[in-house]
Design a binder for this molecule. Structure first.
Ligand SMILES: Nc1ncnc2c1ncn2[C@@H]1O[C@H](COP(=O)(O)OP(=O)(O)OP(=O)(O)O)[C@@H](O)[C@H]1O
Ligand SMILES: [Mg+2]
Length: 460
């Protein structure tokens, strides 16, 4: 019975996996492959089992095939990029994790799990080409990529004013700057302002979010590639080359794979880059601004940010405060966004009701300034009166602060218990980095119960 269950589970995993799975024996013959692999390659499972890998994939060879390499040396490969041509002549790029199957010290086979990234690769390359084309049209200044300036950063907060003073001084030099702030606190806005206030303002501002691309693609996108057989690459400059003379803004730097971080460190030290597959070094003059949305010291401790790179990048560290740390800015920002989003409208608000302002001051703004801007933009878009009242606010925002409106001694026992429970869940949710599974574990309640309560109490 147990065997049947295991065998059936194995079949289910093979056939329902979103990744391609292939198993080779020690002679390089295909023992197993799932439907995903078959679909990708336009082959029939029955036709390939028992055949040698290179008979099925003539465009690969023992050097370029990740699975043959693993059979040869018995060493695990994680997330390696491989490009090959299918039977039908289609060029496919996959990211492979390949694991040797050992019998003692002898390699008796290998399993390969592969993700098809062909379309993502094409799209990201198209994007680089488009950026490169728009940047080469130097006559169009807007195309250099940065539109915001310091004047666009609205604040009356002392902490922010100090930070902007330091930032303005740093803008004038070429030293690296690291911006640390939660989502929506204005990191991109600040990075662009730094660029536009620097001697590089007429040159390119190139931004790349390191978390937005699969790891294997990021290297090619940043460093560029030269024509090379097995990676399927063509001659293409990377973003770092495009930023030559200007500024490169690397967002979510802690999502950059470790090896790439050390390559970036070398660029910072040597001021040269080498395209992937190239022998030539190219000189570049780039100012690097990085951004991170978690505590950089923690990122170093947790191993997502290299210590040496961190010390190189944090010469100037600018920490953007959360909106809840500078609530004094809320009235000013509210007015500013109301005006900004009313400009094309006939009817628009003249003022904000006291009740709305009270809600704004109480609300914790987890999405920071972006969230405030969206709330106001949404209100303005349905404006049909002179005053921005509570009716224009999203339901969940008003609901989420409902429990804070009561005074403890006016509450019923049920309300008090609810508030107590909400506070405990909220606290645990934050200390567990908003991870539902971990929060449920630490509170000792089932995940579903927690999800229900998160909804009930509108915990964000
Ligand atoms: N001080 C400010 N004054 C005016 N607008 C601001 C300010 N800070 C942020 N904004 C606006 O808030 C929005 C979010 O800012 P931005 O994209 O720079 O945030 P971010 O920190 O990069 O967020 P994320 O981490 O999610 O990428 C933008 O529309 C920006 O113009
Ligand atoms: Mg951003």
């Amino acid at each position: 019975m147990k065997d049947v269950l295991i065998n059936k589970t194995f079949d289910i995993l093979m056939n329902h996996s979103s990744d391609g799975i292939q198993v080779l024996d020690q002679d390089g013959k295909i023992v197993l492959c799932n439907q995903k692999v078959a679909n990708l390659d336009g082959i029939d499972i029955a036709d390939v089992v028992g055949k040698h890998l290179l008979d099925i994939y003539p465009s690969l060879n023992p050097e370029t095939s990740t699975i043959l390499k693993v059979l040869e040396n018995g060493e695990l490969i994680i997330d390696a990029q491989q490009t090959f041509t299918t039977y039908m002549g289609k060029s496919i790029t996959t990211v492979n994790t390949t694991i040797p199957i050992m019998d003692g010290t002898i390699v008796i086979g290998a399993v390969e799990i592969s993700k098809n990234i062909t379309e993502v690769k094409k799209l990201s390359e198209k994007l680089v080409d488009l950026r490169s084309r728009s940047m080469s049209k130097k006559e169009n200044l807007m195309d250099h990529g940065a539109i915001y300036r310091y004047e666009d950063i609205i604040t009356e907060d002392d902490k922010m004013k100090n930070l902007l003073e330091i930032s303005k001084k740093a803008s004038l030099s070429d030293i690296p700057i690291m911006i640390y702030g939660e989502t929506g606190t204005g990191k991109e806005l600040l990075a662009q302002s730094i660029h536009n206030d620097s001697r590089r303002k007429d040159q390119a501002f190139v931004a790349q979010n390191c978390a937005a691309l699969p790891n294997t693609l990021l290297e090619g996108i940043l460093f560029g590639t030269v024509k090379g057989g097995f990676t399927g690459a063509i001659d293409r400059p990377g973003l770092l080359e495009m930023a030559d003379g200007g500024t490169m803004f690397l967002d979510e730097i802690n999502s950059m794979p470790m090896e790439l971080q050390s390559k970036l460190l070398r660029v910072l030290q040597d001021k040269h880059i080498r395209r992937i597959g190239d022998t030539k070094l190219r000189k570049v003059d780039i100012r690097i601004i990085t951004a991170i949305n978690t505590d950089p010291i923690k990122a170093v401790e947790q191993g997502s940010l290299r210590k040496d790179l961190y010390y190189r990048l944090n010469t100037v560290m600018l920490r953007l405060p959360d909106l809840k740390e500078r609530k004094g800015d809320i009235p000013l920002l509210t007015k500013y966004f109301m005006k900004k989003h009313s400009s094309n409208r006939k009817t628009c608000f003249k003022d904000v009701s006291t009740e709305v302002m009270e809600i704004f001051m109480k609300y914790p703004w987890p999405g920071n300034i972006r969230e405030l801007e969206h709330v106001i933009e949404a209100g303005v878009s349905i404006c049909d009166g002179e005053i921005f009242t509570k009716d224009y606010l999203p339901y969940n925002l008003v609901e989420s602060i409902k429990y804070e409106d009561y005074k403890e001694d006016e509450m019923t026992l049920g309300q008090k218990i609810d508030k107590y429970e909400r506070d405990i869940i909220q606290m645990s949710f934050i200390t567990n980095d908003k991870n539902v599974t971990r929060t449920a574990e630490s509170l000792g309640i089932p995940r579903q119960t927690l999800q229900y309560k998160i909804k009930k109490y509108r915990i964000l």
